[in-house]
Unconditional design. Structure first.
Length: 148
C-alpha cells in the first residue's frame, strides 16, 4: 500500500502532450509544470497538486489504496473543467504501475491507460494513452518528473 510513497515531495515536470489524440497526428506540445505531493493513511493515500504556469490551469490527483482488493484508484480533476473524472484502477509491480479506466473525450469517453515508472528517488515518469478499440494504445501525454 506504500506504492506512491516515492512521489511525496516537490517535483519539476516536463509535459509533452499530443495536440490531437486519436487522429493520426504526431504534433506534440511541451510545457512546464510543478507538483507537490503528499502521502496519507500511512501510505494508503496519495495526493498531489500540479500547476501548469503557461496553461493558466492546475490539476489535482487523489490516489486511494483498497486493502481488500490490493488495487489503487486514481481520481483526477483540473481547474479547467472543475469536475472529478472517472477513476483509473490498477496496481504496481516492480516499480511500474499500470492503471485502466475511461477518460472524457469528445463528448463521450474513451478507454484510457496510465503507466507510472519509478526511475529512482529523484525521477519518475507518467504516461497516458487512449485506445478507441480498447487494444491499440496511443500515448498522448507524458510527464517527466525530476525532484525539485
Amino acid at each position: 500500500m506504500n506504492d506512491f510513497d516515492f512521489f511525496a515531495g516537490s517535483w519539476n515536470v516536463l509535459n509533452r502532450r499530443l495536440v490531437k489524440p486519436l487522429t493520426g497526428s504526431t504534433e506534440w506540445e511541451e510545457f512546464p509544470g510543478f507538483s507537490r505531493a503528499s502521502t496519507h493513511f500511512s501510505g494508503g493515500a496519495s495526493f498531489d497538486e500540479i500547476t501548469f504556469p503557461t496553461k493558466q490551469w492546475a490539476g489535482l490527483t487523489l490516489r486511494l489504496f483498497n486493502p481488500d482488493t490490493g488495487l489503487w484508484t486514481i481520481h483526477w480533476s483540473s481547474s479547467a473543467r472543475g469536475v472529478l473524472d472517472p477513476p483509473m484502477v490498477g496496481s504496481f509491480s516492480g516499480g511500474r504501475g499500470e492503471f485502466h479506466g475511461e477518460d472524457p473525450f469528445e463528448g463521450g469517453t474513451v478507454p484510457c491507460r496510465f503507466l507510472w515508472t519509478v526511475d529512482g528517488p529523484d525521477a519518475c515518469r507518467w504516461e497516458q494513452a487512449y485506445a478507441r478499440d480498447g487494444e491499440t494504445w496511443e500515448t498522448n501525454w507524458i510527464m517527466e518528473f525530476t525532484r525539485a
